[in-house]
Design a protein around this ligand. Structure first.
Ligand code: SF4
Length: 223
């Protein structure tokens, strides 16, 4: 049975793509961008191993709950191209007859010309693909992109229709969701430069001081 290593899933995600979405964060990233806000997703042995069939069940439940799309991020999703291809093909099969048709948004830290054939085949299943490393020295205000080098590329008619209005959209405040969980505080979205330190200061001011955040290495375990 095909399995995929996942960091977490969340519904509804409203800060990475239009509408209410299922978010899937794939575990493991070899790219090690300086300033990455998801350090907890780097270790390829962390997270949980899920059967693709079980992850598809999570998607079906999100659809029943009203999901308008799915966003797959990480970690580096294309570090597991084969199970991800099975998963996205399964998502695609569930879309027939749904109105509005849910869209598939996929993040990768790779550029298209770095992908091998399997990775390209997998990436082609997305309606919109966001490519490129996070480069902290190149901030951007563009929605759903972490740095100015990253490109958001619609690949299907659905992607072109749904994302046309967002390609050059630069909101004053980047959409964000802040979630406490057993690992500490994690943030969904692509925050503008300076937002995460401000957020952490504010949480501490309110006495909610997180012991762990996903944008710094985890503190060593207590002896
Ligand atoms: S920003 Fe994305 S591609 Fe870069 S290290 Fe973090 S998870 Fe990997």
């Amino acid at each position: 049975m095909s399995t995929i290593r996942v960091s977490r899933t969340h519904f509804p995600v409203t800060a990475l793509g239009p509408g209410r979405r299922l978010g899937v964060w794939v575990q493991g990233c070899p790219l090690a961008c300086a300033g990455c806000m998801s350090l907890d997703t780097w270790d390829p042995g962390a997270g949980v191993e899920m059967a693709v069939a079980d992850l598809l069940e999570v998607w079906r439940e999100a659809v029943v709950a009203g999901a308008e799309g799915i966003t797959v991020s990480g970690g580096e999703p294309l570090a597991q191209p084969e199970p991800l291809r099975s998963f996205l093909a399964g998502v695609d099969r569930t879309r027939s007859g749904l109105e509005p048709v849910p869209d598939i948004m996929l993040y990768t830290g790779y550029e298209w010309n770095e992908l091998d054939d399997t990775q390209r085949e997998t990436a082609s299943l997305a309606d919109v693909l966001v490519t490129g490393r996070f480069e902290a020295a190149r901030p951007t205000g563009l929605i759903w992109r972490g740095s100015a080098n990253q490109r958001m590329v619609p690949q299907t008619d659905l992607g072109r229709r749904r994302y046309a209005a967002y390609l050059d959209h630069a909101p004053e405040h980047a959409p964000l969701q802040v979630r406490p969980d057993h690992t500490g505080i994690w943030v969904i979205g692509t925050p503008h430069r300076g937002t995460l330190p401000r957020l952490e200061r504010e949480l501490r001011r309110q006495g909610l001081g997180p012991e762990a955040v996903t944008w710094r290495p985890a503190p060593p375990p207590q002896a």
